[in-house]
Write a protein that binds this ligand. Structure first.
Ligand code: GCU
Length: 606
């Protein structure tokens, strides 16, 4: 799915701003609120989560539906163009209406969706209505415990408790755009690359739609960073050779531009449709226990993150993500994981430009019914009770379709902390892993971030993966305060994985401790900044001594909001920055360590 871009043949109109909004106690659909302008509405910014934008608890703790509405003006001059309405992401289910007519429904809160409105829209004023449902359950990604319980007063308590450790923000979270294309247009561009004696071989496939799709000439041109043509070809698929190619990698994020044009035969005046896709030429492979980027052993230094900030919650915020990626570079980091869901397209485009490597994760989190305290005494049968397979497949299809051309994306994370030690896990994941390998034209490596019950002795899926990713909290959830025990347990487990799956590289995808900023103690004690730093240091000693470890991602980049719980002090405090992005002691420790670790060859010869 192409990112909406203004080109010589396309226009984009951003519909961000203040929309009308109304919480729906439940009767909105029955009363067909979409058939007339929204009543009893309040102003609501788009993009943003709505949860912190009202002072009543009803906003923060709302479960179910809300309504958004705005006027959509279509200038007469656009008539005759193909008109498309595109949503960057709506959490978690969206029903879109235009002038009271149903337009599109989309399930999944972290990937874009679009609908052509050429036939439904009218010149001038249109009414755009979006019904957003934040309900999560055992069929959705992420997974939550949806319950309706009778109360003594005859009412029903509806609760939707996240089975994951972040606040279930909801709303129209990413930009909504109206964009135009000509009637015959470029629908998709698929790019792959290999290297040959210092040259880059770029394979391309172009999908064209519209009445003239069989007669137009497709021209593909590769331009270098100075805008000079370095290769060109025709046809809907082919391969172009870039002499002495500049490779994309951290520290050298060289981007070419792939320009695609549709021309009517014989016409040389102006092209019918054009689109430009930034593209970095690089190779990724896992071989001999190493993660190779452009054939060199890469060492991941970075963090798991969240899209999270006060007031707008999970809403798209250019200033915040520019700040975050800048801080990652300040740390000397070279990578991050999009924990636990796909991040905005704009983040991925910036990571390409900055040379930050990304592990791209689908929102498959909460797929374990025996992890959280609310699991209860009896052992649950996770893979019998969850019905997430269909949504999981859709999430994979949409993420790979969206991010397939990004040089920054080097690996797909198929899930975070699923019950891979339980009966049924392998049968659940095998088809999904096969699908991911089929869908990705670049055949990137796959991983799953494993929780602590998935050990070398109990895990049933990781032999199917390319990289072992471990979320480990020895010294926090296990033997809290006891760092020497933490080191012994971590060292032993890494060795056990090496023996269980020799030659498979290990990424420590999560490790860390909560630290309340400003809380200090000597000797270090839990929740102090000193303890957080000491735990990271203790882990680093073990990781440096283990050749199979190909990277370290601290949990988390910044403090972030969670649901209310006795174990969360206004959210999760494992950030190495506060929620407002102020550095804790640990940030300085990591900056010192990571600026001294090279991106490539760190463990060579160890
Ligand atoms: C888990 C999980 C995170 C969570 C973290 C924690 O590993 O992947 O989402 O925030 O532990 O408990 O802090």
């Amino acid at each position: 799915m192409l990112y909406p871009l203004m080109t010589a043949t396309r226009e984009v109109f951003d519909l961000s701003g203040i929309w009308q909004f109304r919480l729906d106690p439940g009767q909105g659909l029955a009363e067909r609120w979409y058939e007339r302008p929204l009543r009893q509405s309040v102003p609501m910014p788009v993009p943003a989560s709505y949860n912190e934008l009202g002072e009543e608890a009803a906003y923060r703790e709302h479960v179910g539906r809300v309504w958004y509405e705005r006027e959509l003006i279509i200038p007469r001059r656009l008539w005759g163009q193909r008109l498309v309405l595109r949503f960057g992401a709506v959490a978690h289910t969206a029903h879109v209406y235009l002038n009271g007519q149903p337009l599109i429904t989309h399930r999944g809160g972290f990937t874009p969706f679009e609908a052509e409105i050429t036939a439904l829209a009218q010149p001038g004023k249109n009414r755009l209505t979006v019904l957003v449902d934040n309900t999560l359950d055992y069929s959705t990604l992420p997974v939550a415990h949806y319950r309706e319980e009778p109360l003594p007063d005859g009412t029903r308590l509806i609760s939707d408790t996240p089975n994951f450790d972040f606040f279930n923000y909801a709303g129209i979270h990413r930009p909504v755009r109206l964009y135009t294309t000509p009637a015959t247009y470029i629908r998709d561009i698929v790019l792959t690359s290999t290297l040959a004696e210092g040259d880059g071989l770029v394979g391309y496939r172009i999908a064209v739609e519209g009445a003239e799709r069989e007669t137009v000439t497709v021209r593909v041109t590769l331009l270098d960073a100075e805008g000079r043509t370095v290769a060109a070809g025709e046809g809907t698929q082919g391969q172009l050779r870039i002499k002495d190619v500049h490779l994309w990698e951290p520290g050298h994020p060289y981007l070419y531009t792939c320009r695609v044009e549709l021309w009517r035969p014989g016409e040389t005046s102006e092209c019918l449709d054009s689109y430009e896709e930034p593209y970095g030429v690089r190779t990724v492979a896992v071989e001999d226990g190493q993660f190779l980027l452009n054939g060199k052993p890469f060492y991941f230094k970075g963090c798991g993150k969240h899209e999270d900030f006060p007031v707008h919650g999970r809403g798209f915020d250019e200033a915040v993500y520019v700040k975050d990626l800048s801080l990652l570079r300040w740390l000397g980091a070279n990578s991050f994981r999009t924990s636990h869901y796909p991040y905005a397209e704009e983040v991925m485009r910036l990571a390409d430009r900055l040379g930050l490597v990304v592990i791209d994760e689908v929102p498959a989190v909460g797929l374990h019914l025996n992890l959280s305290p609310s699991a209860g005494p009896s052992k649950r049968q996770t893979w019998r009770e969850l019905t997430t397979a269909a949504q999981h497949e859709q999430a994979l299809r949409e993420l790979i379709a969206r991010d397939k051309n990004h040089a920054c994306v080097v690996m797909w994370s198929i899930a975070n902390e699923p019950a891979t030690e339980e009966e049924g896990a392998r049968a659940y994941f095998e088809p999904l892993l096969h699908l991911a390998r089929q869908l990705d034209p670049q055949r990137r490596p796959l991983t799953i971030a494993l929780q602590m019950l998935a050990t070398p002795a109990t895990d049933t899926v990781t032999d199917l993966l390319d990289v072992i990713a471990l979320n480990r909290y020895y010294g926090w959830y296990v033997h809290g305060g006891r760092l020497e025990a933490a080191q012994a347990l971590l060292r032993a487990e890494l060795e056990a994985w090496r023996q269980r799956l020799p030659g498979k590289p290990i990424l420590l995808s999560e490790y860390g401790a909560d630290a309340i900023a400003g809380l200090h103690d000597e000797p270090p004690t839990m929740f102090s900044e000193e303890y957080q730093a000491a735990l990271l240091q203790a882990y680093h000693e073990v990781l440096d001594a283990c050749p199979a470890v190909i990277g370290e991602h601290v949990w988390n980049f910044a403090d972030f909001q969670t649901g209310q719980s006795i174990t969360r002090v206004q959210g999760n405090r494992k950030g190495i920055f506060t929620r407002e992005r102020r550095p804790k002691l640990a940030a300085h420790l990591l900056r010192k360590r990571w600026r001294a670790i090279p991106d490539f060859g760190y463990k060579a010869g160890k």
